[in-house]
Design a protein. Structure first.
Length: 292
């Protein structure tokens, strides 16, 4: 006769181990509902535990930028909760991932994950949550170029830049400005695609046509006004038009011009951006999985 397992026991075991619901139910059923024996049973089947976590949403984590000689990497690693992402063990995991990326220089995310499969398994078991490498960019530079890197808010945001001209301090200042900026859509005006210009132009034309005063202006003036608004709005999302934080009276582009420097590459990561966080209803989740 099968052992009946209560929802309360499943919840207790899940909270202590981080294992999936069905894993907890099976563990309890196979160990006469003894919590301690069930924990041991789950530990012995650790790989199953890792596989069960693969479907969870890992939206917390850290974004990190590292430089080693003429190679640099910016990457994002994730966990399910901020409690884990802020732990020393997760920090160890994040640092080891960075070291491997710098050493192996994988071509894409699939190759990168293949390089760190064992590391992910080990730390998933250690931390009790799904952890993952979400994305990365590797940069290479010439000896006369400079990398600047900056990690903001404990890894909530990271910035990495490569510049020609200027100096190391200037590159680091630019990376700080990039990471600390509120909203960045483009690095320079040249990065704005025509599709974005056309879309914003359409919006501004509709707004303008709803203004009776605008309709009375000559067409040439109308076009100039709309074009000016479109340019202003899109430039607000350009990194080079942001305030240069060490001297807020200047923009980044003005400082670059003064220093005879130019941005060759720039990447900014905000941890968790674009990931839909799942709000869990534990009771509903238990009922749904116990019916399977």
């Amino acid at each position: 006769m099968a052992t009946k397992v209560s929802i309360d026991l499943i919840k207790q075991l899940r909270e202590r181990t981080g294992a999936g619901l069905m894993d907890c139910k099976n563990a309890l059923a196979n160990n006469d509902c003894d919590i301690e024996k069930s924990i041991t049973w789950l530990r012995e089947k650790g790989i199953t535990k890792v596989a069960k976590k693969a479907g969870r949403v890992a939206a917390e984590g850290r974004s990190i930028a590292l430089v080693k000689g003429d190679t640099a990497v910016i990457y994002e690693v994730n966990s399910e909760t901020d409690f884990v992402s802020e732990s020393a063990a997760f920090g160890e995991f994040a640092n080891k991932v960075g070291e491997i990326l710098l050493e192996k220089k994988p071509a894409d995310i699939e190759a990168a994950k293949a390089d760190i499969t064992g590391l992910i398994t080990d730390y998933t078991l250690k931390l009790g949550e799904k952890i993952d490498l979400r994305r990365f960019v590797i940069m290479e530079k010439k000896p006369e170029e400079f990398f600047g890197s900056y990690i903001h808010m404990g890894g909530k945001v990271a910035g990495l830049v490569k510049i020609a001209g200027g100096d190391q301090n200037g590159a680091d200042e630019l990376a700080m400005c990039l990471a600390a900026a509120l909203e960045i859509s483009y690095i320079t005006e040249k990065d704005i695609p025509q599709s974005a210009i056309d879309a914003e132009l359409k919006v501004q034309l509709v707004e303008a046509q709803n203004d009776p005063k605008f309709a009375k202006k000559p067409q040439a003036i109308q076009e100039k006004i709309v074009s000016g608004k479109v340019h202003k709005i899109l430039m607000q999302g350009c990194f080079t038009e942001q305030e240069f934080l060490p001297d807020p009276t200047k923009t980044v582009s003005e400082v670059l011009k003064e220093r005879h420097a130019s941005i060759l590459s720039a990447v900014r990561y905000r941890t968790g951006e674009g990931i839909e966080k799942k709000v869990a209803d534990f009771a509903a989740e238990v009922q749904a999985q116990l019916k399977q």
